[in-house]
Each structure stands twice: as structure tokens, then as C-alpha cells.
Design a protein around this ligand. Structure first.
Ligand code: WTA
Length: 686
């Protein structure tokens, strides 16, 4: 039932939730739920006063710190016996072993006791101001029962291909409730990209909607799933919910999940769903992300550590207080949506906003209109949107009342000073702290951010600044290369730049790459043995603050979407006319980075370059997603290579940035004339 705005999803519907929680806690015979107290009062942390002392303790005595907050913040059915069992040199990460809990109980049922009337979700639909009324716990339980009845078991993996909507959140939580892992695939991904992720995850169940709606445009999600199914023989069932009123063709594999019309599957289900009792280290979800090689990697996050870290960072980085309305505008298909739309806020009993639309639909006032209507207290978004909105002018912001805002957050890519200043001065009226938060799919939650710190501690524009509790960043020398690998010493001084690594494990970090632990070790732990290597470079200022300087590998960041250049090259190279290609990122005023492809055609190929460019763009959109499609395609006779045949991407990057001074040492080039040709071609294209 779609109703006008004001409708929401509450944490609980009725006393049934109380019963579920009571019986759940009965498993251990006692409740460890204590959500009222402030963290320093957590058992084991008494007497630690001030954020600085707490941070110091969190690093120097990390076991006591994490044990205390885990007992304090999470609701366990069996307490853990071992705080951590980690060995970074082997990529072994385990937290809170022996502990048992259920993530959905932690996100839903337990808030029955503390805030039964608080709204859990506010769905800001694409069609401004329309939301859905179902109760979140009830919806989650019905879905959990539905999945169970259709044979989904603990340990199975369910792929979710849906827009940001309550049913998608309930699907994630329903998986958590019955002990299945979820694999959310961003609804902007193509059928091929979806199929690849379903196959790699060995998912036999998919949940989708008939159509998506974003920015007023309809996307055919169910049709995309149908296409993906042609290469996913393992999928046995596809649950289809209705986001629009338009019917779609259903096959024998499809199950109509939750239609407006009566007697559909979900409505038959009971509203009580027994939560699975999960081990701390059981898988909670897989989330695919790009690396520097072609194949996306399915990062694995587990139950307790991930949830604790998402909840703690949500509370402290954004100064979240009980009763606040938290507005993170990320899509649930990305890690930001997982940690700061769903798990972090819900674990804290927050009211969390689900934003389905775009920053400029139907006009560039959309965000601020929403802030006014929903009375948002913390707003968390991406620099690319801020840069875009800045260009439309202050009037779109000033039209709306933003007095409820307390903290503004930025995530996903570096925020340039101009965007930061505008965000602070215009959106936040100069009175809201702006937190530039650095983190990754791999880290599970925010690792470096200006807060928590003393409330009036300085914030430097465009700097993530301070490591979070339990995070111990180090910078490594990137100059030394041994046998082709980076090998370096820890750089101890300030006012220095290096590879950003973490010297200590923390509960939120990813545990492995699905089905490929060796790749996990090779990517993150082998470059600097004993440390977690982030892939990013950073600068540490004189004062000891961190500023992220960008990726050190072949990953680029387009509008906050992370993409491996090798993934795009793989697609371009599939075109029969193409001999080889090289893709690099270049600075783009709105998107942060744009995609620039160099393409060498096979000998004797005679085509119109414009036609081929169109074809290649179409291929990339179809095989990956629209955002990965090149902004520029430069056809070249050859690419600059070393004598051993490696493409010199460093040179190509400098050329597209028009930084010819910075071309650097070209002595290893096989044929220096190739660079001149590339430079001339680039100038012609601009
Ligand atoms: C980049 C998104 C600068 C970085 C949460 C990282 C940032 C990658 C920032 C992870 C920031 C994220 N400043 N760069 N505040 N936040 N990045 O996995 O390169 O989609 O490695 O996670 O985005 O992207 P991912």
C-alpha cells in the first residue's frame, strides 16, 4: 500500500517482538542488553575520561577496549570467550569467538525495550515525499519465514538486486535473521555484472523488484535479472516484489513476493520468526568490489565484529544521539549503504533514512527539501554530489530550513576545499562540523575522521585527520621495490607521505575474499608483511593529521564508485576490432575522476572512430555499468611500453592530466616516439 508522506516503518509492531526477544535471550539465561549507558561507563572502561584517553587505551590495550564495548554495545545470547585471534601476516582475523548472537535481533528486537515507538526507517521515495507503512520487524520476520519455507538455509547466500527501499533492508535483515549471507548487488549494475557476482557467490536465491525508479526514470530490474539468469544455472528461485504497478513476465522460477494485491506469498507468513543463533565469525554478507585486476572480489564480513564496528563508528563519528534522524543518502548496494543506512544506525536504534532518488531530481533542492521535511540531524553524502549542487547555486539550499542539521559527513573520495567550504558554510550555515570520513569496503566502517574528538577540536577542510578508536594507521615507504613488490619501512616522522597501512586489526575489517583467501593475503597483507595495506596513499601533517592522497594501484573512483581500470580494459578488449587498450583516470570537476581509454586497433581495421567509440561505450555500459563508460576514447597506433612490454600507465596518466613536465624518467621506454604520438593524439581530442 503506498501512502502519502509521513508514513514510516517502526521498530516494533506489537508484543510479539517482546516475546521473540525474551525467548531469544533465554538461550543464554541472561540479558546482556544495556543500551542506555554511555560508552566510557562500559564495564572495564570505568575511570577512562575523555576521548583522547579512550583512544589511547583502544590502541595500547585494544583487547580490553573491544571486549568492554562488545559486551556493552551488543546483545549476546552467549558471551564470547576470546576477544581476538588475529595474525595479520597470515591474513587471519577472528573476533569474539565463542560468542553467539543474531544481528537482526540486535538491529530490531532489542529496541522494543528502549524505544518501541521510534521510527526505524523513513523511505524517501523517488517520487518526493512518498513512503511505505509496513513495520520493519514484522516485514523482516515474514520475509525470514518466506525464505525458510522456500528452503533457504543457514549458510546459504542470497543475492539482493533491488533499489534502496524498505523491502531491500528487510531482505538483508531477514537473511541475517535466518543465518543466510546476503550479497547485495548495486541495482545500476548490468546483467553481466550481476551474473558474474551471482555465480561467484554460488547463490541459488535472488530477490529483486519488477522495476526500479530513479530520477523519474524506470529501470527494468526484473528483465535484467532474467538476462542474468541465462548464465546462472545455480539459481533456483527469484523472489519478485513490486516497486511499480507494471506487471512483468513471470517464469516458473519466479515467486511473486509482496504485491499490493491480496494473498501474495509474504502476507501469508507469520510475523514471528525464530532468529538463528549465529557464531561471531559466521558470514553476515559478501559485497563485491573492484580491485586492480579484472575480476571483482567478494569481500566477506562476519557477524559480531562488523556490527559492533558499524554501530560504534556511527555513534561517535557523527555524534549520533538517541532520537536523532540519520540521513545517509548512499545506495544500499555499496558498503556505505550497508554500514550507515542499515547496520550501524539500526544497531543504535536510530531512525535511518532510505534515499531512493538523485540529488537533482526533481530539482537541485532535493536533499535540503528532504532535510527540512524529515528533520534530519546528520547528513552523510558524497563529494561528487556536493560539487554538482554547488554549481547550481546557494538559492537551492537557502530555500529550505536546515536548522535540525548537527553534523555533515562526506565519504567515498577526496573532498576538495571548495566543496568542503560550501558544504560547511552554505549547507551547514557554518555551524555544523563537517566530517570527511575515510574508509573502504574492506574496513567495514570509518577508520579515519575528524570526530570523535573533543567537541571544539579543530577540523581542517578536506582532511580525514584522526584515526578512530582501535585504529592504528602507519605510513610506509613506497620507494623500495623488491622483486616487483613494494617493500618499505614505517615512516615515523610527520609532514611525510607514504602508503597507508594499518598496524593493528580491528573488529570491522573484512575476513577474506569469498573462495579466494590467497588473493586476500596477496592483496592486503603481502605488500607490507604484518600490516594491512589499504591501497591508498596518505600524507601525515606536522600535527599528525592524515590526508588521503589517492589510490596507489589501478583503481579509479568515478563519482565515488570504485572501479578497476582492468575491468574496463577487459570489456574494451573483447571488441573484435581492438588489439589492446589502457584505461586511466583523470581529474573531473564533478565526478572526481573520469574514465579515459587509450585504444589500439588491430592492423587493417577500417572503421569510423566515432562509431567505434559509441560501440565501446555501449559495451562497457552493458557489461559493467553506465558509470564505468569512458568519457574519452583516444585511438592510438601504439601504447608507450617498457622494454619488457609493460604498458607505462604512469606516462598515460601524466598525459591525460596534461602534466608533461611530470612525465618523469622515460629511459625504460621501448620507443620514446610512442609518447609523442600519444601527446599529439590527446591534444587533438580535447
Ligand atoms: C576512496 C567507500 C579520500 C579511497 C567507503 C578508498 C576516500 C576507496 C575517502 C574505497 C575519503 C573513500 N577521502 N578517499 N574520505 N573515502 N575513499 O570500497 O580510495 O567503495 O580506498 O568504500 O574510496 O572505496 P569503497
Amino acid at each position: 500500500m503506498w501512502l502519502p508522506c509521513g508514513c514510516t516503518s517502526k521498530y516494533v509492531a506489537s508484543s510479539f517482538a517482546r516475546r521473540t526477544l525474551a525467548s531469544y535471550l533465554h538461550v543464554s539465561g541472561r540479558s546482556r542488553c544495556n543500551v542506555a549507558a554511555f560508552m566510557p561507563e562500559a564495564a572495564g572502561l570505568e575511570g577512562v575520561s575523555g576521548r583522547a584517553a579512550l583512544r589511547e587505551l583502544s590502541v595500547s590495550n585494544s583487547e580490553s577496549f573491544w571486549a568492554a564495548v562488545a559486551r556493552h554495545r551488543l546483545c549476546w545470547s552467549t558471551p564470547f570467550h576470546t576477544v581476538q585471534d588475529c595474525d595479520l601476516s597470515r591474513g587471519k582475523i577472528k573476533w569474539f569467538e565463542g560468542g553467539k548472537l543474531n544481528v537482526s535481533v540486535n538491529c530490531l528486537d532489542r529496541h522494543v525495550h528502549t524505544c518501541p515507538e521510534r521510527v526505524a526507517l523513513i523511505w524517501e521515495r523517488d517520487e518526493r515525499g512518498w513512503c511505505c507503512t509496513d513495520e520493519l520487524l514484522e516485514m523482516t520476520c515474514r520475509l525470514g519465514n518466506l525464505l525458510r519455507r522456500h528452503g533457504v538455509k543457514r549458510g546459504d547466500c542470497v543475492t539482493i538486486y533491488m533499489p534502496t527501499c524498505p523491502l531491500a533492508v528487510a531482505s538483508m535483515l531477514a537473511c541475517a535473521r535466518i543465518g543466510a549471507a546476503h550479497n547485495v548487488v548495486f541495482a545500476g549494475f548490468s546483467a553481466d555484472a550481476l551474473a558474474e557476482r551471482i555465480r561467484d557467490a554460488q547463490s541459488s536465491t535472488v530477490i529483486t523488484v519488477n522495476q526500479g525508479v530513479r530520477g523519474g526514470k524506470v529501470t527494468e530490474l526484473k528483465k535484467t535479472v532474467d538476462t542474468a539468469m541465462q548464465s546462472c544455472p545455480t539459481v533456483k528461485q527469484v523472489f519478485v516484489a513490486m516497486r511499480t504497478d507494471n506487471p512483468v513476465t513471470m517464469t516458473a522460477r519466479d515467486i511473486a513476493m509482496e504485491e499490493v494485491r491480496e494473498q501474495k506469498e509474504m502476507l501469508k507468513e507469520d510475523v514471528v520468526c525464530e532468529p538463528a543463533v549465529m557464531n561471531s565469525e559466521d558470514v553476515l554478507f559478501l559485497l563485491y568490489t573492484s580491485g586492480s585486476t579484472g575480476k571483482p572480489k567478494g569481500l566477506v564480513h562476519t557477524q559480531a565484529g562488523y556490527l559492533l564496528y558499524a554501530a560504534l563508528t556511527h555513534r561517535y563519528v557523527f555524534s549520533y544521539h538517541d532520537g536523532d534522524v540519520f540521513g545517509c543518502v548512499a545506495d544500499i548496494g555499496w558498503i556505505t549503504g550497508h554500514s550507515y543506512v542499515v547496520y550501524g544506525p539500526l544497531a543504535n536504534g536510530a531512525t535511518t533514512v532510505l534515499f531512493e532518488s538523485t540529488p537533482i531530481y526533481p530539482d537541485p533542492g532535493r536533499y535540503w527539501d528532504m532535510v527540512e521535511r524529515l528533520k534530519i540531524n546528520q547528513f552523510y553524502g558524497a563529494p561528487t554530489a556536493i560539487r554538482l549542487l554547488l554549481k547550481y547555486g546557494d538559492q537551492w539550499v537557502n530555500k529550505y530550513d536546515r536548522s535540525t542539521l548537527k553534523t555533515l559527513g562526506s565519504v567515498g573520495e577526496p573532498i576538495n576545499t571548495e566543496a568542503w567550504e560550501w558544504y560547511h558554510r552554505v549547507v551547514g550555515d557554518g555551524r555544523c562540523p563537517v566530517v570527511d570520513t575515510w574508509w573502504q569496503t574492506e574496513t567495514g566502517g570509518i577508520c579515519i575522521a575528524p570526530r570523535p574528538s573533543d567537541p571544539d577540536a579543530e577540523i581542517v577542510p578536506g582532511m580525514a585527520m584522526r584515526p578512530f578508536f582501535g585504529i592504528n594507521p602507519v605510513l610506509m615507504d613506497t620507494e623500495v621495490i623488491v622483486f616487483g613488490f613494494l617493500q618499505g619501512e614505517v615512516l615515523t616522522s610527520n609532514n611525510t607521505s607514504g602508503a597507508l597501512c594499518m598496524a593493528q586489526p580491528w573488529p570491522g575489517m573484512a575476513r577474506t575474499i569469498h573462495n579466494n583467501h590467497q588473493r586476500f593475503i596477496d592483496t592486503y597483507f603481502q605488500p607490507y608483511p604484518g600490516y594491512f595495506f589499504t591501497g591508498d596513499g596518505a600524507y601525515r601533517s606536522e600535527e599528525g593529521y592524515y590526508q588521503i592522497t589517492g589510490r596507489l594501484d589501478d583503481v579509479i573512483n568515478v563519482s565515488g564508485h570504485r572501479i578497476g581500470t582492468a575491468e574496463i580494459e577487459d570489456v574494451v578488449n573483447q571488441c573484435p576490432a581492438v588489439a589492446e587498450s589502457a584505461v586511466v583516470g583523470y581529474t573531473h570537476s564533478i565526478k572526481g575522476q573520469g574514465v579515459y581509454a587509450f585504444v589500439v586497433l588491430k592492423k587493417g581495421i577500417d572503421v569510423q572512430e566515432a562509431d567505434l567509440s559509441r560501440q565501446l561505450n555501449g559495451m562497457v555500459s552493458e557489461k559493467i555499468a553506465k558509470y564505468a563508460s569512458p568519457d574519452f576514447i583516444q585511438f592510438a597506433k601504439r601504447l608507450p611500453k617498457t622494454r619488457s612490454g609493460k604498458i607505462m600507465r604512469r606516462v598515460l596518466r601524466k598525459v591525460v592530466e596534461s602534466d608533461l613536465e611530470g612525465l618523469g624518467d622515460l629511459s625504460t621506454l621501448d620507443d620514446p616516439a610512442a609518447v609523442q604520438e600519444i601527446i599529439q593524439g590527446h591534444e587533438k581530442l580535447l
